[in-house]
Design a protein around this ligand. Structure first.
Ligand code: SF4
Ligand code: SF4
Length: 353
């Protein structure tokens, strides 16, 4: 049976986090000595830690210190939305830790083709880094909402292995249908096959995450070898009234192993606000699905007063559904697939859903 270790940690105090992680990793039975280890945080875009968009550097610091105490060679990496890995690491407060602990940066800028016959119809994925070149992978997501998929937790965090520009291609290919996209995320996760997932939920985000939601103190850290079980546990803990797309599909394919929980304090998380997601798993011809989507699924809209006309949304839109007019940006809703990458990546919170 899988084990999930959860602990109540109210604030980012490195020694406290480290003590909890050492205990939790021991409970879970993960051994590591003299290994080559990759830490994969959520480095969506370059924002300071208090914005809760990226994994907090002190959680990564505590993990890295534990690994260094065990003579491991430590790497950190992710493929951010539109900036370089180094730039995001700097803006998100990681540089000091990287230098003081001699952590190596993986830029996730390779092009490695990975093949797998999984649950999605797709068999080939281009990765920015090769997970099999490490002995161990620490998957370190943030507890945040995600307008398209409900939450972005352990399973979705490994989507960051997809090579930068290929992310948009996957959104375009599979993002029209949340169930299909969930299958793609699961296939990618199973290729990465992280050895451990450590969820940073000390401060996270609800509402319209993953970058423009409400920053909240949840006060939880959670560890498991199985990210499907961890995601399931978190959804129950925050009282999500129905299974979200990734967990729903994972459960259908028997990927959510039975688990037992070891609890070191249990924070009460109340009034968690999910983004307003609507199930698009309609068993209808695709032309009717598209029509219904256009009618019922929320459209991205511009907050004109906040827009700086930086074009980031236009550049990340996988459907080329955004263009710049003389005045501001405009959406072509006929092309828009409602992936909300524009809202996710806008650095000025100028797109609402
Ligand atoms: S909406 Fe945001 S990302 Fe798009 S142009 Fe305006 S400020 Fe830039
Ligand atoms: S306009 Fe926004 S929501 Fe629509 S396809 Fe482009 S990025 Fe996705």
């Amino acid at each position: 049976m899988e084990k999930i270790v959860a602990g109540e940690i109210e604030r980012y105090e490195k020694e406290r986090i480290k003590t909890f992680l050492e205990k939790g990793l021991n409970d879970i039975g993960l051994t590591f000595h003299n290994k080559r280890v990759l830490i994969k945080p959520n480095l969506l875009s370059g924002h300071p830690p208090e914005k809760a968009i990226t994994t907090h550097p002190l959680v990564v610091c505590a993990i890295a210190e534990i690994l260094k105490d065990n003579l491991c060679e430590v790497f950190i990496g992710d493929s951010p939305g539109y900036e370089s890995t180094e730039k995001v690491l700097k803006k998100a407060g990681f540089l000091e830790i990287i230098q003081s602990l001699n952590i190596k940066i993986s830029r996730f800028d390779k092009k490695i083709v990975k093949r797998r016959d999984g649950i999605s119809p797709y068999k080939e994925f281009t990765f920015g880094e090769d997970p099999s070149s490490f002995d161990l992978i620490f998957n370190v997501p943030k507890l945040k909402t995600h307008v398209m998929m409900g939450l972005t937790l352990g399973v979705k965090n490994t989507f960051g292995f997809i090579h930068a520009f290929d992310k948009a291609r996957w959104h375009l290919k599979a993002g029209k249908d949340r169930e299909l996209f969930a299958k793609v995320l699961i296939d990618i996760h199973n290729i990465v096959a992280p050895h451990i997932t450590v969820l940073d939920g000390i401060i996270g985000m609800d509402g319209d995450g993953p970058s423009n939601g409400r920053v909240r103190t949840f006060g939880i850290l959670c560890i498991s070898k199985n990210a499907f079980a961890l995601d399931h546990f978190i959804e129950k803990m925050i009282n999500v009234p129905f299974l979200l797309p990734v967990t729903k599909v994972a459960e259908r394919f028997s990927l959510v192993n039975e688990y037992e929980t070891v609890i070191y304090g249990y924070p009460k998380i109340e009034d968690f606000i999910l983004p307003n997601i609507i199930n698009t798993d309609w068993n209808l011809p695709s032309s009717i699905k598209t029509l219904l989507r256009n009618l019922f699924i929320k459209k991205p809209k511009l907050k004109k007063d906040k827009c700086k006309k930086c074009s980031i949304c236009k550049n990340v839109c996988p459907a080329s559904a955004i263009y710049l007019s003389e005045e501001h940006i405009e959406f072509d809703y006929k092309k828009c697939i409602r992936c909300y990458c524009c809202q996710e990546m806008c650095p000025n919170n100028a797109i609402k859903i």
